[in-house]
Every structure is written in structure tokens, then in C-alpha cells.
Design a protein around this ligand. Sequence first.
Ligand SMILES: [Mg+2]
Length: 387
Amino acid sequence: MKIVDIRTIPLSYRCDPPYGSAGGMQAARGGLLIEVETDDGITGIGEAGVGGGSTRHVIEHQLRPMLIGEDPLLIEGLWQKMFARTRQFGRRGIAINAISGVDIALWDIAGKIAKLPVYRLLGACRDRVEAYASGGFYQEGKSVEDLAAEAEGYRARGFSGMKMKIGRNPSTQTHLRHLAGNAQLCEVEPEEDIARVAAVRKALGPKAKLMVDVNCAWSPAMAIEIGCALEPFKLYWIEEPVATDDIDGSARVAAALATPIAGYETEIGLYGFRELITRGAVDIVQPDIAWSGGFSECRRIAALAQAHHLMVAPHAFASAVTLVASLHFAASIPNGLVLEFDQNPNGLRDELLKEPIRIDGNGMIRLPERPGLGIELDRAAIDRYRI
Ligand SMILES: [Mg+2]
């Protein structure tokens, strides 16, 4: 069997009104679907991080020419070839985003040939995964009461936990925040963030999992100070408290706080996660399958985490294809903890699949049992959002 074509499908969904985190305000949600076509009629579907629109060019101009004519089942060999041939400009970021999308599509093909869902082909650990509601964003005019009502809604739908954004604080002194120029809209002082967390904890009740996501906004000192103030709320984790590259700073925060530190979705690949894991910068490991090398590389990251007795909570914040791939990944590893299930309005999550992913009344998602990723794309929905 041979690969005969690789196509990219860039998608965009407008967020109206925009919503934000400490990392910035979001006016649109992107997605980049990958189709790998073979000469025997099987087509694999994947998704890659959009990389500001640049990932597509790496796939079309670098990866496509080296993959046409290759055997799609030599997945590891092809992964290493793509990594080696892009290493001078790659190794992190967009090149690995691109490899991720192809890798997911190749595993979809392998599952379709084996007539097994990907998670079973990989040696399944479970057939359902606990999902948490990812929401609680900042929005113009959104009050603490509105946020509490949002949390209440997730609880009513059966979610056992929720993640909310904090850290959009004007008093933050880190250069990252000032250089990014994300200031002004929806800013709150840390005291108001603490009041937001208190309101959500009250709405969810004492037993629910409650996580906060700082999106790299704080300095280590600020993370320790606010992290201590948040300890009465028994957070399940604090996500990305400091800059991704401040590994020693994140390790200081992790050592100082009883609350686990989770991250860093913004790190890429095995060698990036090796530093976070071995230097004690994280207690919970959060690779994104569409950014960090697909199934092949993320399972290596999970194995390294396992060797350090750490759990993995996959980051997933793109289209339904990334969500489903993350589901298979989380179900395939022994140390899968919980899966991120974005709850912001997003047509790319709700409309792309003929059968959208849903939680049951116990906050669990059942794995699709059809071969490969087990999904069928809705072509009309793709046409609605295609750029
Ligand atoms: Mg995050």
C-alpha cells in the first residue's frame, strides 16, 4: 500500500463575542484537518496545530513530497524521517505540529486496515475516559455570578470537574505579558480572581474537581503567593503558572505548593517534556496530540511521565478531530488522568462529525468502537468553516 496524496483543510470559527485567558483574547478558533489518501481507497484523517496559519505550508511543501509513495503503515519510520528532515528548522513548534497531523492520520489508516479502533490497536487501558469541562473564560460584561451559573450548568450536565481561567492581572510583572500586548480588556486584580474561584467552588460543591489555568502569566513569586491564597479551595491543579521556558521557576512553584502543577501545553515534543518532567517542573503532564507529535510522540511522553510516576491529562482545544484523537490517546495509556473537553461555543467541535462526542451522565466519554479514529466528517460543515 502507498500514500498517494496528502491534503490540508484549514478551518476557522468566529467567536462572537470574543473570550479570553491570561494569554490573550480569542476572536476566532482555528483548525487544520489533514487527509492522507492511500492507493487502496483508505483515507486517514488527522489534525495539526494551525501554527498561525504556517503549519499548512510545512505539510504541503516539506512533508507531502517526502511521504508520497511511502508505505503508510511504516508509521514510526515515517515519523523519524519527518523529524530528521525538518530538524534544522524544526524540533519544536510548527514542524512538530505538522508531523502531529500526519501521524494521527496514519494511525487512523492503521486502525481502518486492522479493523480496530486506534485505542485498541495501541493496547487499550480503558474504554471510557473521564472528561472535565474546560471553560470559565473572561468575557466583557461577564460577572462572578455569570461564571458561577456557568459552573452550575456543567455540574447539572454530569461533568465531575471544571477548569477556569485566572491570571489576567494588570499587576503581573512578567515580560511575556507586557511584550505580548494583551492588556486592558477583562483585566482583574488577583483578589477578584480569588473571589471568582471561591464562587465556582461554591457552585460546584466541595467534591468536584476544580482546576485553574494561568496560561503562563505569572512570575514564580506571584504564582507561589496566589497559589498559597488558593489552597483553601482544594484545587485539583494549577495549570501553566509561569512561562513555559522558566523550567526552574515552575519547579520552585511545584515544590512550594501543595496544589499540583500541570502543564505545559505550550511545550512541544519528547525532548521539551523531558526537561519539564526530569526537573520537577510539573506534577501533571499535558501534551497536546495535535501539537506535540501525534500518537507516536505523545505516547513516548506518557511513558516518560510514567517512569516518573506522573499522570497525563491531555490538552485538547481545537476541532472535534483533535478531541477524538485525544480520547484514543488518553484511553491507550496507563497514566491517563482526565481529558480536556472545551465547552466554549465552537462549531468546529460540535458540527464537524456526523456523530458529535458527548459525555454521559457520569462525566465519562465512551470511545467510538468503529475502526481507526471511528469518525465520519460532515462535508457540509467543513464547507461552512473552510478558509
Ligand atoms: Mg491551558
